[in-house]
Design a protein around this ligand. Structure first.
Ligand code: TA6
Length: 290
């Protein structure tokens, strides 16, 4: 079902037979909402988010491409989340089990003449957003080098999970991994051996993680599970009190009910030779937890 937001930008609503739903905006190819079959919102969106292109809405799942972070000539987290994508009517066939029993939408981003001036690489970025019969949200990115000189990119699904209380959140799956700490000039540290808990600002890229990460929301007795392929790194970010106050599109207290845990490929950018294609998959599910 295609609707329009207050700026006239198309949004696509996916529903499954149990009443779960996903809303994707053509602005940035950004998932703005993922609701379970009881209509409960599972992703965080700031009450102060501005729906004003070209800036990405603060929340949901912005796509960071072709770079994560700042540096070089590109804006922070690259341009993909600030561009208008199009609905791809004739996507090349995906692996059969990526289509059956699901409602999905195929989006496409290709560089404009202006984009090529900033980032001179002819790519095609195909994004399939699906809602499975079980209410899981899957995002499959296929990025192709359309017969130009080789190029490299980083990518992250910048996922804002909605949580009851950050002080009661635990993340499992990152124990003992090395991470780059954005709060200490991206220096490399090693995580200790037990689950992550949160008492202050965290801004890290965990490296070479396993493909399953769990985010426990103690109060709501539910766990978000991330399953990823082709995305070796995991960004973990909570701005905490001080940084929250410095962000105009983020409420002062909102850090208490969100956490970004992103499937990503950052430390080792992906290089595509002419005609090559890269695929990255992320599946989000929610399971009850004691
Ligand atoms: O999650 C890592 C990070 O780079 C943080 O440092 C913070 O800047 C966050 O992304 C949000 O970035 P944005 O450009 O969306 O405000």
């Amino acid at each position: 079902e295609v609707t329009k937001d207050r700026n006239g930008v198309q949004q696509v609503l996916l529903r499954n037979s149990r009443g779960a739903s996903v809303t994707v905006s053509l602005h940035g190819g950004q998932v703005l909402s993922w609701k379970n079959d009881r209509g409960e919102e599972l992703l965080f969106t700031s009450t102060k988010a501005t729906f004003k292109p070209p800036h990405a809405v603060r929340g949901g799942i912005p796509i960071c491409f072709p770079q994560f972070g700042n540096g070089g000539s590109l804006e922070q987290h690259g341009f993909a989340r600030n561009k208008i994508w199009v609905i791809d009517d004739n996507p090349p066939p995906l692996h059969p089990n990526d289509s059956n029993g699901k409602s999905y939408i195929d989006l496409l981003l290709k560089p404009s003449e202006d984009d090529l001036k900033i980032w001179p690489h002819c790519f095609e970025f195909r994004l399939r957003v699906s809602l499975t019969a079980d209410g899981n949200l899957t995002m499959i990115s296929r990025i192709r080098n359309v017969n130009c000189k080789p190029f490299s990119f980083s990518i992250a699904y910048h996922t804002y999970f909605l949580l009851s209380d950050i002080s009661e959140v635990r993340v499992e799956g990152l124990e003992t991994l090395d991470y780059l700490d954005n709060l200490c000039q991206k220096q490399r540290f090693t995580e200790q051996g037990d689950a992550l808990t949160f008492e202050s600002e965290v801004d890290r890229v965990y490296l070479n993680s396993k493909d399953v990460i769990a985010v426990f929301d103690h109060e709501r007795k539910r766990t978000f599970v991330l399953r990823k392929e082709g995305l070796p790194d995991v960004v973990v970010w909570n701005p905490w009190e001080k940084k929250s106050k410095s962000m105009l599109d983020f409420g002062d207290e909102e850090y208490k009910r969100m956490l970004c845990v992103d499937g990503a490929a950052i430390e080792k950018p992906i290089t595509l030779k002419p005609g090559e294609e890269w695929t990255g998959r992320l599946e989000l599910s929610v399971v009850p937890s004691s």
